[in-house]
Write a protein that binds this ligand. Structure first.
Ligand code: MG
Length: 255
């Protein structure tokens, strides 16, 4: 099911859409259980203002999680997941512009599967099922100023410019993510063409591992790494990230 976030009469809700009607539930009751019956509260789609579907306390990213991508940048595959944070202020959604900052001459796309956390997730053990803590999945573009990433010791600046975290318009809640196409196109030309089965550390491993480094809260976002084929974005380009079973995230690029 596709879950959206929106404002109605200045209140924030999550909700699903069916036949032009929006079925809301309060943000505090984030849930996959929907009542689509005629008696359930529902709103006309034209009466709501859609928001980016996630509002995370943090965006946890995984670097070099596809061997061919690590190799194309001259890096080894890490022995444990390489984690870094991206500022939530970088978030935009489908259709918004990726803005190339003055400081960079080499802004690149990184199409990735995003994981949205459903409930507090801390120190999971082998006995816990990490998928019990997943609300759903989202298309994500981990936009990166590659020149600044090479220049700095930490990735923070290169990864966190405003508009450097486009995410899709909705969260997909019902999905087997073990082997999905992750494809990125620039102006319709395929640049990245990987599968989630190529991840060095798969989704369940990542959630368990990250939960042992920091507490994950409802709505937190994990970017699971990018396949090979990253390339430069230029003003006027349109960058699309498509994930099988979710959909397409499309963003124009401007200065
Ligand atoms: Mg990345």
């Amino acid at each position: 099911m596709r879950i959206y976030r929106f404002l109605h009469e200045n209140k924030e809700y999550f909700g699903a859409i069916k036949e032009g009607r929006v079925y809301p539930f309060p943000k505090s009751e984030i849930s996959k259980d929907f009542d689509f019956s005629p008696s359930a509260q529902n709103l006309d789609i034209v009466c709501v203002n859609f928001l980016s579907p996630v509002s995370p306390s943090k965006i946890v990213c995984v670097g070099r999680n596809y061997a061919e991508h690590a190799a194309e940048l001259g890096n080894e595959v890490p022995k444990t997941p390489l984690l870094f944070l991206k500022a939530p202020s970088a978030l935009i959604t489908d259709g918004d512009s990726i803005i190339i900052p003055e400081q960079s001459r080499q802004v690149e796309h990184e199409g990735e599967l995003g994981i949205v956390i459903s409930r507090e997730c801390r120190k999971l053990t082998e006995n816990d099922d990490p998928f019990d803590f997943v609300f759903g999945y989202i298309c994500l573009n981990d936009v990166t100023a590659r020149d600044l990433q090479r220049q700095d010791v930490q990735f923070t600046r290169a990864k966190s410019f405003d508009t450097f975290c486009p995410v899709g318009a909705f969260i997909e809640t019902d999905l087997d993510v073990s082997d999905l196409l992750v494809q990125t196109r620039v102006n319709g030309v395929i640049k990245q063409d990987g599968r989630t089965s190529q991840m060095v550390f798969p989704v369940d491993f990542l959630i368990r591992y990250i939960s042992n480094q920091m507490t994950l809260y409802p709505g937190d976002l994990i970017a699971t790494g990018t396949p090979s084929g990253v390339s430069k974005l230029n003003e006027g380009d349109v960058c699309e990230v498509e994930i099988e079973g979710i959909g397409i995230l499309s963003n124009p690029v401007s200065k």
